[in-house]
Design a protein around this ligand. Structure first.
Ligand SMILES: [Fe+2]
Length: 209
């Protein structure tokens, strides 16, 4: 099923979520968690569509921008938890990440196993693993936009003892977020640092098997 049909089937194309002030939509740090039942606890991270551009078997890598494509540098950090709260960090989780380039194009524009594509066609993809405290990080460039979607990263997270999670994370302040039914904890408040690098924290909560 292609993305448009899938979104239509889910009804996501017509579900509107009210836009919230930036200060209310980040779960990126304890100080920013809002004391509001609707926004303070997201629980287990919700799944999202895999989309048409997942490529399996990509390499372990911390800088996904292997071709040095033009774009705004971004560093994503976060923790993987094995519970709805922050009590159970998950070590050695595999976090596969893929995203569009600044112009909204995936590399490759396709799916399947990495062996089906020549190496020079593959970038802005790879995986990192969580450390003993559940921390993960990767670098890349800020994903670009393509028609019909908010700005996003794709994640597929695999860890022993937990259900595999396919999800996406989004950017605060993107008006396109309101077109989809995205809960607040997957909308990340990326901010530019003094080196002009976007930085944000995206915690993920996995469900036990
Ligand atoms: Fe996508």
């Amino acid at each position: 099923m292609d993305r448009k049909k899938f979104i239509k089937r889910l009804g996501l194309g017509v579900v509107a979520t009210p836009l919230l002030p930036t200060s209310l939509i980040s779960c990126s740090g304890n100080s920013e968690i809002v004391k509001n039942n609707q926004t303070s606890e997201c629980g287990i991270t919700k799944s999202d569509v895999l989309g048409p551009y997942y490529v399996s078997g990509t390499a372990k890598i911390t800088n996904l921008n292997t071709k040095n494509l033009a774009g705004d540098k971004i560093v994503v950090t976060g923790k993987i938890f094995g519970s709805a709260d922050k009590s159970k960090p998950v070590a050695n989780a595999m976090i596969e990440v893929w995203h569009a380039d600044s112009g909204g194009t995936y590399h490759p524009v396709g799916n399947g196993n990495v062996s089906n594509f020549s190496a020079d066609k593959i970038t802005l993809r790879g995986f990192v693993t969580s450390d003993a405290e559940g921390n993960y990080t990767f670098e890349s460039i800020r994903p670009g936009l393509y028609p019909g979607r908010p700005r996003h990263f794709h994640y597929k997270i695999t860890a022993n003892g937990y259900k595999t999670l396919v999800t996406q994370i989004y950017f605060s302040g993107d008006p396109r977020n309101s077109r989809e039914n995205i809960e607040s904890c997957r909308i990340i408040d990326f901010k530019k640092d003094s080196q002009n690098v976007y930085r944000g924290n995206a915690d993920i909560h996995l469900e036990s098997n």
